[in-house]
Unconditional design. Structure first.
Length: 185
């Protein structure tokens, strides 16, 4: 394993995740730079053969919480929305008056984070669990609740989901939206 080469290959994904966590490009770049520096300094603690991607995302997430969270508590919402509206079906929802940013703002921070990791950054539930420092079952549960809540908020004009409401049914979407449709179910 060539640590430097593998770490450099992760930079685009790390930057994309940083953009989900912080609003401004400059802050995302600073966050990635700080995380890469930490990874470089801690490379002796990385165990070859384990998941470098999850390790790198964990470091980036921890640096975010340490350096940015107190200053930018809600900035990541707009960035998650930007990733989620990149498909035609969701653009139609925007055209129909649905406000994804408003719905994302209404999600609990832990639910927004799981969407950022699994939908926007494409991490598996196992990798997201490593990044978030919680069991895989917790990630799956949060992802389910986040998708259900976000879908309901979008379908109901961003009104909160009540405990009595049932899980919404899947709407037909184009083949391009298959991945996102699965994520939102």
């Amino acid at each position: 394993m060539d640590f430097e080469r593998d770490m450099l290959a992760l930079l685009p994904d790390l930057r994309a995740f940083a953009r989900v966590l912080v609003r401004r490009h400059a802050d995302a770049d600073d966050l990635v730079q700080d995380a890469v520096l930490r990874m470089w300094q801690a490379q002796h603690r990385f165990e070859p053969g384990t998941n470098l991607r999850a390790w790198a995302f964990t470091i980036l997430r921890n640096r975010f919480y340490n350096a940015f969270l107190s200053k930018h508590a809600h900035d990541n919402v707009d960035d998650v929305a930007q990733h989620l509206v990149a498909t035609p079906a969701l653009q139609e929802r925007l055209a129909e008056g649905r406000d994804i940013r408003r719905a994302l703002h209404r999600l609990e921070p832990k639910l927004r984070e799981v969407l950022a990791l699994t939908v926007a950054s494409g991490l598996s539930h196992d990798d997201a669990a490593r990044v978030m420092g919680c069991p895989v079952g917790t990630v799956k549960s949060r992802a389910f609740r986040a998708r259900r809540e976000l879908r309901r908020l979008l379908d109901e004009g961003a009104q909160p989901l009540t405990a009595e409401e049932q899980r919404p049914t899947r709407r037909e979407m184009s083949d391009e939206d298959e991945r996102l449709a699965q994520a939102l179910e």
